[in-house]
Design a protein around this ligand. Sequence first.
Ligand code: ZN
Length: 275
Amino acid sequence: MNAQGLSINLATVREQWNLGEAVEACAKLGIKAIDPWRDQVAKFGLDNSAKVIKDNGMQVTGYCRGGMFTHMDAKGRAAAIDDNKRAIDEAQALGADCLVLVVGGVPHGSNDIVGARTQVAEGISAALDHARGAKMPLAIEPLHPMYAADRACVNTLKQALDMAVQLGPDVGVAIDTYHVWWDPELKEQIARAGVEKRIFAHHICDWLVPTKDMLLDRGMMGDGVIDLKAFRGMIEGAGYFGPQEVEIFSAGDWWKKPGEEVLKTCIERYNKFCK
Ligand code: ZN
């Protein structure tokens, strides 16, 4: 089984293994790239995480995640910016290709989504010098609109790219099939992202019908309705040939299976449905 060009977002096996175990299991199957989450790194230790990643020659296709810039009060927003600076430092210590930003939804107690988007732009802008100093690109990940209230008020690739352009160099996008597959402007916006050299990451999984949980029921590639080969064609057509990163939160299914079975299935489905 060929895992060339495949990355595993470690949320995919978060219930089975700690970070060290997950990295070693990936390496054993010939997977050469991963993307860890902050809580996984915190649990395993930053130095230990950096070491096991390095010892196994892993590319780190992203670090999940920064963001959550939206808060009712200035104190909360300032704390979020500080926290993003720490995430940037961690990403740098791990040798990550980018810090992925899930930007935050409408602040609890507010009904102002327009204001929330302004807070996001201001928050990224405030962390940007720090990111540039660390040579850490920031990848805005537009999320499916069902998360606009509680996770991210940036919901389309166009919106994310417009924001990145407004912020300047070193800000780009993480393009996740799960979040943007439905967008009628997808093709032209992926092409635009390529021209502007702002594709920093490509995440994959599938959209299940029915989807039983808004957050924790993502599908394995090939089990849903996304044309992943066509999607990758657009990504490569835009000049991005970096790894495809499998990111599956699946409380009812994949998180319950043995980790090795999950990774082997990722490799098999990646080869069959994604390239
Ligand atoms: Zn993603």
